[in-house]
Design a protein around this ligand. Structure first.
Ligand code: NAX
Length: 331
């Protein structure tokens, strides 16, 4: 039998946490043959609720779950973890300035970066979910200099999956037959969902999404804004933000990173930019990536048309501004 993998979930008493931990314990993230030990971190006001989640994990009697650590101590939570899913953060409340929210999250990610750097297992893979996800990941990277930058990422897979879902609905095809959409940039409404390289598997072979949809006005307009605004639409309908889809996408992100993407398929991940596609180096930016042997690499050489170029640049610009704001909060 395999040795258990230790998976940290921060903000585990929250609503994404509640959807995510049972998925991890069932093997959705790391495979049906991979035992796991869950480490759950939250803050003292949520300690009792966190303990309730732990009780339910015991009650569910998951065969793969070999242990649960539920704590409000970041050092205890981070010790020995192989995978860290950072869902905890400070939400924007009504009337709060952007800078105040940024400043709260910068201080959370600065201190959790240090705890991970000192106590996580070597080669720990980090996924930041909490918003502002790209910039929280960047702060984490800056304050955990001994964690390789290749090991730090943020979640844009939910946006990627939303784009697949919209194409599948529009064409009335199975979502599993659609592939190679791209989310470029920030996990915010400036993101660019790009279908220029996306295809659908048909009985007659793979066909470009653009050819099948045959409606550029929809693809360049409503499709993009629907994906960008989907989070808000869920809040409007549910009176709560996306949780099951966020949790499922976080599992997809880690599973593909660890176990690999199929040949010829890519996914979207927020990763540290090396200047590919003329995106400024030093931002955490969502790119098309392929994964193999536990490592992602940016898919190179895709042609970028003028429409796309503007959108790639606009979301990069927003991330540069967020980065400047985050740095102005560091004391
Ligand atoms: P909740 O408010 O339900 O849960 C957040 C949890 O984090 C709470 O239990 C809170 O006590 C805890 N927390 C706060 N500060 C903490 C700290 N310093 N250490 C550990 N835990 C801490 O929010 P939820 O709906 O679960 O969303 C969590 C985060 O995901 C939010 O920042 C949200 O904006 C972000 N999202 C990101 C998405 C993405 O695709 N990247 C999509 C879904 C989601 O909106």
């Amino acid at each position: 039998a395999k040795d258990p993998v230790r998976v940290l979930v921060t903000g585990a008493a929250g609503q994404i946490g509640y959807a995510l931990v049972p998925m991890i314990a069932r093997g959705v993230m790391l495979g049906a043959d991979q035992p796991v030990i869950l480490h759950m971190l939250d803050i003292p006001p949520a300690a009792e609720a966190l303990n309730g989640v732990k009780m339910e994990l015991v009650d569910a009697a998951f065969p793969l779950l070999k242990g649960v650590v539920a704590t409000t101590d970041a050092v205890e939570a981070c010790t020995g973890v192989n995978v860290a899913v950072m869902v905890g953060g400070f939400p924007r409340k009504e009337g709060m300035e952007r800078k105040d929210v940024m400043s709260k999250n910068v201080s959370i990610y600065k201190s959790q970066a240090s705890a991970l750097e000192k106590h996580a297992a070597p080669n720990c893979k980090v996924l930041v979910v909490a918003n502002p996800a790209n910039t929280n990941a960047l702060i984490l990277k800056e304050y955990a200099p001994s964690i390789p930058e290749k090991n730090i990422s943020c979640l844009t897979r939910l946006d990627h999956n939303r784009a697949l879902g919209q194409i599948s609905e529009r064409l009335n095809v199975q979502v599993s037959d659609v592939k190679n959409v791209i989310i470029w940039g920030n996990h915010s409404s400036s993101q660019y969902p790009d279908v220029n390289h996306a295809t659908v598997a048909t009985p007659a072979g793979e066909k470009p999404v653009r050819e099948l949809v045959a409606d550029d006005a929809w693809l360049n307009g409503e499709f993009i804004s629907t994906v960008q605004q989907r989070g808000a639409a869920i809040i409007k309908a549910r009176k709560l933000s996306s949780a099951l889809s966020a949790a499922s996408s976080a599992c997809d992100h880690i599973r593909d990173w660890v176990l690999g993407t199929p040949e010829g398929t890519w996914v979207s991940m927020g990763v540290y930019s090396d200047g590919s596609y003329n995106v400024p180096a030093g931002l955490i930016y969502s790119f098309p990536v392929a994964c193999k042997n536990g490592e992602w690499s940016i898919v190179q050489g895709l042609p970028i048309d003028e429409f796309s170029r503007k959108k790639l640049d606009a979301t990069a610009e927003e991330l540069s501004e967020e980065k400047a704001l985050a740095y102005s909060c560091l004391t």
